[in-house]
Design a protein around this ligand. Structure first.
Ligand code: Z5A
Length: 211
């Protein structure tokens, strides 16, 4: 076996309010990395393709009712059911670009009033991201982008609370990017940060669990 077998992919997470541009930026970053010949996959949470994901999807569409604790644990279970696949992909050298992760789970549920430590507990032991890219936008500016659909959380008042919770979760491993810059400027900044992170992982940065 050659040394390359030990090279792992990076776990790169994009977070931010609804309309902050995560989905656009994730797909641009994915295409860019593919062009660079870097093994990469685009993931997103919730992953609506699983049975758990379908329950979440129907809840978000207001087609079913669940209490706050239950839906919190479903979002978390939706990450747990992908954990081992995530680990094997990373270990086999594939970089994962992930649209929302545990921080969304904690920010949205604690914005409803659930205790933040309670919200964090089921996330412990999932894989810790190597890089969290936070697309920073005020709830008001995000709302101005329009296209708030009919989903449950797409209301300004609630997005304000989510924004406050994200602020509490920030730590020194997050990179905060001004999401109001032109799309191409945001894209360029994200690329640089992602490439640095991929290099660090190739150079032996180890995978660790979320604490
Ligand atoms: N949720 C949760 O509660 N718990 C959890 O554990 C998880 C999630 C994982 C569904 O998520 C909901 O689940 C979500 C959080 C909660 N609820 N909310 N709110 P989702 O990921 O499926 O859906 P989403 O967050 O609503 O994604 P989104 O609407 O697709 O937003 P986005 O990805 O951040 O933005 P976008 O689609 O890329 O861009 C929005 C618009 O802005 C679009 O018209 C773009 O062209 C425009 N845009 C983007 N960038 C720019 C710049 N730089 N300038 C100008 N305009 C721009």
């Amino acid at each position: 076996s050659n040394e390359n077998n030990n090279v792992r992919g990076a776990l790169i997470v994009l977070e931010g309010l609804d309309r902050s541009g995560k989905t656009s930026q994730c797909s641009r970053m994915h295409s860019y990395l593919v062009e660079q010949g870097i093994p990469v996959e685009l993931w997103r949470f919730p992953d609506r393709n699983t049975c758990v994901g379908q329950m979440i999807s129907s809840y978000l569409a207001n087609k079913s009712q669940l209490d706050d604790q239950t839906v919190h644990l479903l979002f978390s279970a939706n990450r747990w059911e992908k954990r081992s696949l995530m680990e094997s992909k990373l270990k086999s050298g594939t970089t994962l670009i992930v649209d929302r992760y545990s921080y969304s789970g904690v920010a949205f549920s604690s914005a409803k009033g659930l205790d933040i430590e309670w919200c964090k507990a089921p996330e412990k032991g999932l894989l810790a991201p190597d890089l969290v890219l936070y697309l920073d936008i005020s709830p008001e500016e995000a709302a101005e982008r329009g296209g708030y659909g009919g989903e449950r959380y797409e209301r300004l008042e609630f997005q304000r609370k989510v924004s406050q919770q994200y602020r509490i979760l920030r730590d020194e491993t997050w990179k905060i990017i001004d999401a109001c810059l032109p799309l191409e400027d945001v894209e360029k900044r994200l690329r640089e940060l992602a490439l640095d992170c991929i290099t660090d992982c190739r150079n032996g940065k180890s995978l660790s669990p979320l604490l």
